[in-house]
Design a protein around this ligand. Structure first.
Ligand code: FAD
Length: 469
């Protein structure tokens, strides 16, 4: 027997966008149904994305630091680690956070249905949980169905050594020779994990001639200089095929510069060429929800799809695919539904790649500043002059601030260096609140800290471009 439910709001997907939207809606008194196809809550971010990858980055950096201290004679015993225990701890963290999400959902009286959902009409959706079919009539729906690895877009061999990011985070073994296809955030972070856990040779190929093109050139040069010591980058290389010969994995690729074919043996291959929107609903288009050319759900400035009572947020509507972007959009949508003030500033989305060194940035870069004809000045403070960076053994790095010359306000920032992403707290706030160089210089920064470099950069700006004028 079908079960009928009437609700104000149905949310599809329990990732960061979906759980934030559900809890916020329930907080202001709406009746909410949350639909999730998997048993665990938390979506990509918690189960196969941000949380496991950041845990593995943390632990692999600790292992690397131990190796360094041993080499320096500070540690007497050689560093050994237990891969199985690392995996157990990773799963424990995921389960702990997922359990907390269940508690939050229960505490807010949100009805959670486990199953795949499909729209029936623009005001109703069905969910089958394996035993029963639920038909939910809603006033508003919020699609937060996220994204999936686009591994399957490649017609290549399926083998236990050909991985997507989820396989790589399972840590089944540490390949000696490891090929990573794709120079994006995910490929670089997984390369960092495996480098520190013991992969001897890591090649990273990309069909583009440049990577991380949104970085300012000076920052890219500093950052890529550190990475090229760890990884062998092969740019303008296109993956053609992967073949298994006598249990050996051979990868065929085209060097697009000289159009020569190459093949090489690897112990594992990671395909990290991006993610595709999760539009696994049978009849999205039938109920009048339009997609754009890349199959992302098309929304207006208020996150409304072409069906105005159906909203979409997070990865499913496009780049950047970041958990905090989805969380922010979830808050915006609730404001819009409840008729409150709404403000989404795309430029102020902080971005971090947790490699070694880390790189993070917020606001606009020099390229955008030039495009928008902003008269700007940048100041770069190398971390080799920063006491805390020397103490923490992360003196390779810089803090770069970009100021608008007309009003001396900070408009953008880059930080290269381990621990640098924490500086984005102050930098995001400064950009959002319209702080100028004098504000940043006058704020009392604790010593010794990495964030002292923010006031130093502001002092240099004031000296060179304000007082010096
Ligand atoms: P998702 O988290 O993908 O959640 C969507 C949910 O919807 C899923 O649980 C799915 O099962 C469910 N669903 C889909 N279709 C249906 C349906 N028809 N019915 C019911 N349920 C459905 N971002 C960061 O900000 N920082 C990071 O450090 C970071 N690291 C990452 C590392 C990796 C390896 C990966 C893969 C991603 C990383 N990301 C990171 C990206 C981040 O995980 C995503 O941007 C974020 O999870 C998107 O959130 P979302 O809620 O939009 O979708």
């Amino acid at each position: 027997m079908d079960k009928y439910i009437n609700t104000h709001i149905v949310v599809i997907g329990s990732g960061p966008s979906g759980y934030t939207a559900s809890i916020k809606c329930a907080n202001i008194g709406y009746k909410v149904v949350l639909i999730e196809k998997y048993l665990n809550l938390g979506g990509t971010c918690l189960n196969v994305g941000c949380i496991p990858s950041k845990y593995l980055l943390y632990i692999s950096k600790v292992i690397n630091l131990n190796k360094y201290l041993y080499k320096k004679g500070i540690f007497i015993n050689k560093n050994k680690f237990n891969l199985h225990k690392i995996k157990l701890k990773k799963d424990k963290i995921i389960n702990l956070i997922s359990g907390n999400l269940f508690k939050l959902v229960n505490r807010h009286n949100i009805l959670l249905l486990n199953g795949i959902s499909n729209f029936l009409t623009p005001e109703s959706i069905e969910v089958f949980d394996g035993k029963k079919r639920y038909i939910i009539n809603f006033n508003y729906a919020i699609i937060a169905s996220g994204s999936v690895n686009n591994f399957k877009d490649f017609n290549i061999l399926y083998n236990y050594r050909v991985w997507d990011s989820t396989d790589a985070l399972n840590l089944n073994f540490i390949p000696e020779k490891f090929l990573i296809v794709g120079c994006g955030f995910i490929g670089l972070e997984i390369a960092t994990i495996y480098n520190f856990l013991g992969s001897r040779k890591i090649d990273i190929i990309d069909c583009c001639s440049k990577y991380l093109t949104f970085l300012d050139k000076d920052i890219f040069d500093i950052y890529s200089n550190y990475l090229k010591d760890k990884f062998n980058f092969k740019l303008s290389y296109k993956l053609l095929d992967i073949k298994l010969v006598n249990d050996n994995l051979y990868v065929y690729m085209n060097n697009c510069i000289n159009n020569k074919l190459e093949n090489k043996r690897y112990d594992a291959v990671l395909i990290s060429t991006g993610r595709s929107p999760n539009i696994n609903f049978n009849n999205l288009v039938d109920v009048g929800i339009n997609l754009n050319n890349n199959n992302f759900i098309k929304v207006n400035d208020f996150f409304q799809t072409s069906r105005l009572n159906i909203f979409a947020i997070g990865d499913v509507i496009g780049h950047p695919m970041l958990a905090h972007k989805g969380i922010y959009q979830a808050k915006n949508v609730i404001d819009i539904i409840s008729g409150n003030f709404y403000n989404f500033r795309f430029n102020n989305i902080p971005k971090i790649i947790y490699t070694d060194p880390e790189i993070s940035w917020v606001g606009i870069n020099e390229i955008e500043a030039k495009k928008n004809k902003i008269d700007f000045r940048s100041v770069v403070i190398p971390w080799k002059y920063c006491g805390k960076a020397l103490i923490n053994n992360c003196n390779v790095g810089v803090t770069k601030l970009i100021f608008n010359r007309n009003d001396n306000k900070i408009i953008g920032a880059f930080v290269v260096g381990n621990g640098g992403s924490e500086l984005l707290g102050e930098l995001s706030l400064a950009i959002e609140m319209g702080c100028d160089a004098e504000d940043l210089s006058l704020i009392l920064h604790a010593h010794p800290t990495l964030y002292e470099t923010i006031s130093e950069a502001s002092d240099v700006y004031l000296r060179n471009y304000y007082f010096g004028n």
